[in-house]
Structure formats: structure tokens, C-alpha cells
Design a protein around this ligand. Structure first.
Ligand SMILES: *Cc1c(COP(=O)(O)O)cnc(C)c1O
Length: 310
């Protein structure tokens, strides 16, 4: 579903803002089903088909303690009949946070590893030791970002093309691993521009996305840009401005965002509008990639600073 937003700052600037509500894109309309949503469902979808075709009964993947991808993979296991193993970055904290409680209640076998060990997540010897411990499994990388993920993002891009003609001038998306951005860039094949808003600090996103595109598509693309000033100090970091923005956005548009991904992306889109980044007459589409399950654990950890519930 694409929503066209009636926004005073946008209409003043002569710019049209649309939001692709991929937070409402899930395989099953149920409480559990809604955890498998947004870009995490887009990226997992074709991986699940591949795992099934190749005869695997177990999925193994990696993520942090608040990971939307861990929640999504655990849910996919329940819905589609796979055993799931989650390798979690950092020491076990008791009691488990909301994300990990839900993952565990969906049958995910959790294994906590040190940050140093976690960094070896693509090394063959580490993966081999996991096969010794758990038996064979279908490996899904952190965030679900592999080349099969691109097929799901191409489907999302096709939905946009069916609903908005011509395609918006800018498609804005938050980036963690950069897999979602890469998938959209590839699917557009030059038809429109992608504005990538990294939520991690470090300035490595351009390289990550280039490498991903080259690995999966074997070529370079130039229909995209990075806006690197909206990470708020790093992954999971936030300040009062960001929280105020997310709360005000909910009050004004009744659209919930999260402080890790979509809140930073949307903050960036509004800030860039103020800085006249978007020319009058421009059509801008922001992707709501989902991730709202994370708000429950966020509120548990930081106090109820968001004024709306998940
Ligand atoms: C994981 C996630 C992202 C980042 O996706 P990548 O493909 O890792 O860049 C963006 N938004 C939400 C809500 C997410 O859960």
C-alpha cells in the first residue's frame, strides 16, 4: 500500500511525499504473522523457497539482541515449518528482551556469542563448527541480506511502479547492512534514484552497497546517493530530537516509526526537505520498512519515551 501524505512543510516546498507501507506487508494477518513483515519478509521470502527446494529443515542466522531479522526468522520458522537457530551478538542478558523472548517462544534455539566471535560470522571455520554443533542448516546471513533477497526487493519495486507512474524521483530507504537499498537500486535499473540513509556510523555504507551490487548483479549503478548525517551517533543511538520527531510524526500522520531505522530515515527526509535538497515538483517516496516490534524492547529498556504503542 502506498499512502500519499498531506504534509504542510512538503506542500510549501512543492514536493509530494508518499510512503510505501511495507510495515503492512506480511504473509499472514495474525499477531505472529505481523512479526514477519517489511523488508525482512521481502528478503527472507525467496530464501525460504530455496531452503525448502534444497530439502533443509533448519535455518541458521545471525543478529543482535533487538534484531528485527531474528524476530522475522523465528516467525518464519513457525509459519513455514523450519527449525531455527539464532546466533546472537553479545552475552546473554537475563531476563531476555522482548525480541528474544518472542524468538524463543517461536521455537528459535538461541546461542549467544562474544562480539569478537560474532565478527567471524562469515568465516568457513566458524560455520563449520556450527554445523558440528547443530547438524546441517540453510545459512541466512545477518539481516537476511544475500543475493536471493534481491528478488523480493524487486517485487516491492514492481509494486511501486504499478502504483505510481511515472516512478517517484527519489525512493528513500534506511540502511543497516545495505541489502535493502542494493535490492531497490538494482531493481530500478536506472529508472529512478535511491536516497540511502545509513543508521550506522562509520561511512562504510557506499562501499558495502557497491560490493553487494557487484557480487549479485556483476555491475555498478549510479542512480543512488548516501545521506550520511542521520545515524545519530551509531546503531541504536538516539537523542531527544529524534524521539520528539517520531512522536510528532505519529501525532500528525498516525504512522508509527521506530528509533533504529525508519525514524532516522524519515527525520533525514524532512531535514533534507528543509535544506532544499528536493527541488519543487519532486515526487519523493519513503519506504516504511517495518521493524515496529523493536519498539517494545526499546520501551522496556529506555522507559516509555515513545507516546504510542507498537
Ligand atoms: C533491517 C532493517 C532495515 C535495514 O535493512 P538492510 O537491508 O539491512 O539495510 C531497515 N528498516 C528496518 C525496519 C529494518 O528492520
Amino acid at each position: 500500500m502506498i499512502q500519499t501524505i498531506e504534509s504542510i512543510p512538503f506542500s510549501r516546498a512543492g514536493v509530494q511525499l508518499h510512503i510505501k507501507r511495507d510495515d503492512h506487508f506480511y504473509p499472514v494477518e495474525s499477531e505472529a504473522g505481523r512479526l514477519l513483515c517489511g523488508n525482512k519478509w521481502r528478503k527472507l521470502k525467496h530464501n525460504l523457497t530455496e531452503a525448502r527446494l534444497k530439502g533443509y529443515d533448519t535455518l541458521l542466522t545471525f543478529g543482535g539482541a533487538f534484531s528485527n531479522h531474528i524476530a522475522a526468522t523465528a516467525t518464519a520458522g513457525v509459519l513455514f515449518g523450519f527449525k531455527t537457530i539464532g546466533i546472537i551478538r553479545g552475552d546473554e542478558v537475563s531476563p531476555l528482551n522482548h525480541t528474544l523472548r518472542v524468538a524463543q517462544s517461536h521455537g528459535m534455539n538461541l546461542r549467544f556469542v562474544s562480539r569478537a566471535r560474532y565478527r567471524q560470522k562469515s568465516r568457513p571455520d566458524f560455520l563449520q563448527s556450527l554445523r558440528v554443533d547443530y547438524g546441517d542448516f540453510y545459512l541466512i546471513p545477518e539481516g537476511g541480506s544475500n543475493c536471493l533477497a534481491m528478488a523480493g526487493l524487486a517485487e516491492m519495486t514492481d509494486e511501486i511502479a504499478e502504483q505510481i507512474f511515472p516512478l517517484p524521483d527519489w525512493i528513500c530507504v534506511a540502511a543497516g547492512t545495505g541489502g535493502t537499498a542494493a535490492g531497490i537500486i538494482a531493481a530500478l535499473a536506472g529508472r529512478s534514484n535511491v536516497l540511502v540513509i545509513p543508521v550506522l556510523k562509520g561511512g562504510f555504507m557506499r562501499q558495502e552497497i557497491e560490493a553487494y551490487l557487484f557480487r549479485c548483479m556483476g555491475r555498478r549503478f549510479n542512480n543512488w546517493q548516501i545521506a550520511d548525517e542521520y545515524h545519530f551517533g551509531g546503531y541504536g543511538k538516539y537523542d531527544r530530537n529524534l524521539i520528539d520527531f517520531i512522536n510528532a510524526f505519529y501525532d500528525t500522520y498516525q504512522i508509527p516509526l521506530d528509533p533504529v531505522y525508519t525514524g532516522k530515515m524519515m527525520y533525514g527526509v524532512f531535514d533534507l526537505l528543509n535544506k532544499s535538497f528536493f527541488a519543487p515538483g519532486t515526487q519523493v517516496l519513503a519506504i516504511h520498512t517495518g521493524g515496529l516490534q523493536g519498539n517494545i524492547g526499546f520501551q522496556e529498556k529506555n522507559g516509555k519515551i515513545l507516546t504510542f504503542d507498537y
